[in-house]
Design a protein around this ligand. Structure first.
Ligand SMILES: *Cc1c(COP(=O)(O)O)cnc(C)c1O
Length: 356
């Protein structure tokens, strides 16, 4: 039975990646040993780490001035590590508040040092992306969230700023063509679009590091992790391997240019139906709508149980909205086929025929 998996995270992975990852748990690289029971310092795993870093750089169009890390602690640890490594003790960091995750990043940055919120869309329950706000010239960095997983908004254009831009790309990394060189630092928890829960990818322009004036705790210091090739301590070997397999899958199929087109088709399919259907409405400004997380609600919420019955019968999974927004959220991560989105659109049409 095929399940149409719209989960917001951990999210859907390509079937062949799941297959290859399970095989590696039994017999990795024809060693007759599991990936989970060999040294992370073995040649076989070092190849995995090296290729993961190389592929990340290639897919994000990064040059040799960037270093890539795969660490534990989730994107949430990066909320603290970013200011700890980039915010000088006399400096100020600037943040754009576009949702729950951006808010958590701001909270941690304030715990580290001086932090300014430059713009927020909190006044309208984060239904749009603030634009055209002034950026003070003296910030150490400007932090943005490219895609707001919970509220379903996405930055279609990057702010222009004279200082390095730091971007939390957790929920739309590798979903579209992005010239990573526009950023000083990019981070992403792997579990939404890149691989499996347990590792976070960080790509940083190395020259930005070592300037804070802080005495650095080793595990919190990017330079320690870079020097050790992300093996300062035992790395999360399995999620890193799953990320590698997912990036290989992406590259083999045509890379970010290919998936960007597919993702646009998927988003167009579902947004067209939301706008056409008399029983549903989207929750965000149209120009800021996310191609990854599609949030929508019903005009008559009392009909929700009826709709829930229909989509469950169609083997759809994971479209209940986040508790902060309610309604529905269909996450269209890279591995979700267009066919699944079509099934959801068909269910919405059938629902309208029955109840409108
Ligand atoms: C899920 C998510 C996070 C949190 O990731 P963890 O790996 O659970 O810490 C942070 N930022 C964004 C944009 C997310 O979608």
């Amino acid at each position: 039975m095929k399940v149409h998996n719209f989960s917001a995270g951990p999210g859907i992975l390509p079937q062949e990646v799941l297959q290859q990852a399970s095989e590696a748990c039994i017999n990795f690289d024809n060693l007759n040993l599991s990936l989970l029971e060999i040294s992370h310092r073995s040649k076989n795993f070092e190849k995995v780490m090296d290729e993961s870093m190389e592929l990340t750089k290639e897919l994000l169009m990064l040059d040799a001035s960037y270093k890539v890390m795969f660490l534990g602690g989730g994107a949430s640890l990066q909320f603290a590590m970013v200011p700890y490594n980039l915010l000088r003790t006399e400096g100020t960091a600037g943040y754009v508040n576009t949702g729950v995750w951006a808010g958590k990043a701001i909270k941690e940055a304030k715990n580290v040092d001086k932090t300014k919120v430059l713009a927020t869309s909190e006044d309208s329950n984060f239904s749009y992306i603030p634009k055209g706000f002034p950026v003070p010239k003296d910030l150490d960095y400007l932090h943005i969230t490219s895609n707001n997983t919970i509220y379903g908004t996405q930055m279609k254009k990057w702010p222009v700023a004279p200082m390095p831009i730091v971007c939390d790309m957790s929920s739309d990394i590798l979903s579209r063509k992005v010239d990573g060189k526009q950023f000083g630092l990019i981070y992403a928890g792997a579990q939404k679009n890149m691989g499996a829960a347990g590792t976070t990818m960080i790509a940083v322009k190395e020259e930005l590091l070592g300037k804070t004036g802080r005495t650095m705790l080793s595990m919190m210091d990017y330079r320690q992790h870079i020097k050790a090739g992300s093996m300062y301590n035992t790395p999360p070997v399995f999620p890193i391997y799953v990320s590698l397999l997912t990036m290989r899958w992406l590259k083999k199929n045509g890379g970010v240019e290919w998936i960007e087109k597919v993702n646009q088709q998927k988003a167009a399919c579902i947004y067209t139906e939301i706008d056409r259907n008399s029983l549903f409405k989207g929750t965000c400004e149209k120009e800021d709508r996310s191609n990854m997380n599609v949030c929508f609600v019903m005009h008559k919420p009392e009909l929700e149980p009826e709709f829930d019955k229909l989509w469950k019968e169609a083997n759809i999974s994971g479209i209940r909205g986040h508790r902060d927004v309610g309604g529905y959220r269909a996450s269209l991560y890279n591995a979700l086929p267009l066919e699944s989105v079509q099934v959801l659109a068909d269910v919405m049409q059938a629902f309208e025929k029955k109840f409108a």
